[in-house]
Structure formats: C-alpha cells, structure tokens
Ligand binder design. Structure first.
Ligand SMILES: [Zn+2]
Ligand SMILES: [Zn+2]
Length: 252
C-alpha cells in the first residue's frame, strides 16, 4: 500500500493549528518525506515515525520548505545516540542559493546529502519505487518530484511553481497531482511567475490528465471554499483540499 499523509500545507507561514510544507509518502513501511517547513517536525511526530524516515526531499531553499530540518537534525542525532536509529537519512536538496547545503553536508553524522541537480539527470530507482525530479519555475532553483511505481507516475508534487508551458507534460498521467495553489485569482497577474492559483492548478491537472488533484500550499488568508469552487470549474477529476493529518491511499 502507498499512502500520502499531509503534515503541513501552508506557505509562507502557517495558521495556529497548521504547519508549512511537509508530506509523507509511506510505501510498504518505507517513508519518504517531501519538504520540512516551519512547524512540520511537531506534526511529523504526531503522524509518522520519524526515526524510520528513509528519504527527505527539500524541493527548494525557502524556509517554509526547509525550516524544521534543524529540529529534525537534532532529533535524529539523539535517536542515533540512543541507538534507536543506525543509518543516516538521505537528504535530496538543491545546491543553492542558501548555504544550507554546506550546513547539511557538515551534519554527516545524521544526513547523507544528494544534490537535486545531479539527481534530476536520472530516474532514481529504489526497486519498490522510483523518484524523478524536474525543475520548476520559482524565485530560486526549485524542483518538482514524481513518485513512481513500476515506472508509472503515482504522485507528482509541484513544489512551489508558477505555471509554465512544459509543466503539464512533466506531470502527465499522474494518478495524484499534489499542486500548489498559493494565489488568489486576482494575484495571478502580479505573482503568477512564481506561484499558481487554484484555477491554474486545476487546469494543470486537467491538461496533465491527472485522476485526482490535491490542492496545497495555501496562503493562510485564502478562502478555501472559493478556491475549491474555482478548481471545480476547471477540472473534471476528483479534488481534495489538503489539511494537516489528512491521508490519501495512493495505491491500495
Ligand atoms: Zn513555499
Ligand atoms: Zn518558495
């Protein structure tokens, strides 16, 4: 079984009960974490077993996607000292522009770092599943992630991105599309280079032929009912509004 758990779904800051970007894919007990933004580590302890995390992917170096890696590092360090964890965590992250990469490389007691610039050149095959990374359009180097089983796209996560013509092809055929919907519609003209609205996320899901759309990365002031309506008007598939603690069976 492959299950997706939402740990946090806000950006660039979270609500009182929420957290910024953080998602767990659990595939037959192997856990892949996508992003580790502000507030995510406390949710991680509630909804998953962090001591057994296998892979962490940081899609880009904005704090709402990596801020809690500092908590995670400390927690893993003590888990290893206590003998509850033996192996370092594989961390995929961009090479810049923040010096975070150097910091994380220095934490080689708990992390083994892999550059997304290198990883995007190939399909990363872990036998049970494959990970494919692709560049998206954002203020700084940013990546989307596709989780595949037997080479078939199961989940594609856009990370933070504006809409661009190639994006539908990169997400094509995915059973689930986890797409950012940061913007209110009237903001698209000004900020659409770096983020999408719910309408754009829905149009992306439609043109990519995705069977299910999960909207995420909400600005806390957004009206989620309105965003859902805007998405429904532009997409024939099933729409889910993400929320902390929500789980989705990606593959039975
Ligand atoms: Zn963000
Ligand atoms: Zn960002």
């Amino acid at each position: 079984m492959v299950e997706l758990t939402i740990l946090g779904n806000y950006g660039p800051y979270a609500t009182a009960q929420g957290a910024c970007s953080g998602y767990i894919i659990n595939t037959d007990g192997f856990q892949i974490m996508l992003d580790c933004g502000h507030g995510v580590f406390s949710k991680l302890q509630k909804y998953a077993d962090y001591a057994s995390l296998g892979i962490l992917v940081i899609t880009h170096l904005h704090p709402d996607h990596y801020g809690d890696i500092y908590c995670l590092r400390q927690a893993l360090k003590y888990q290893m000292r206590e003998g509850k964890r033996k192996e370092p965590l594989y961390v995929y992250l961009p090479e810049g522009p923040h010096p975070l990469l150097d910091e994380v490389k220095n934490w080689d007691d708990v992390f083994t770092v892999i550059s997304l610039e290198d990883a995007m050149k190939t399909v990363n095959d872990f036998n049970l599943f494959q990970l494919r990374f692709f560049r998206v359009q954002h203020q700084l180097p940013a990546y989307g992630v596709q989780f595949q089983r037997n080479g078939q796209p199961v989940l594609t996560y856009t990370g933070d991105t504006g809409w661009f013509p190639e994006l539908a092809g990169l997400c094509a055929g995915s059973r689930y599309l986890l797409a950012e919907a940061s913007l209110r519609e009237y903001e698209v003209a000004e900020r659409g280079a770096n983020h999408m609205s719910a309408r754009q996320a829905a149009q992306l899901a439609q043109s990519a032929g995705a069977e299910n759309l999960i909207l995420t990365h909400f600005f806390p002031e957004n009206n989620l009912h309105q965003q859902q309506r805007e998405a429904e008007q532009n997409y024939d598939g099933k729409i889910y509004m993400s929320g902390t603690g929500k789980k989705y069976i990606l593959e039975p």
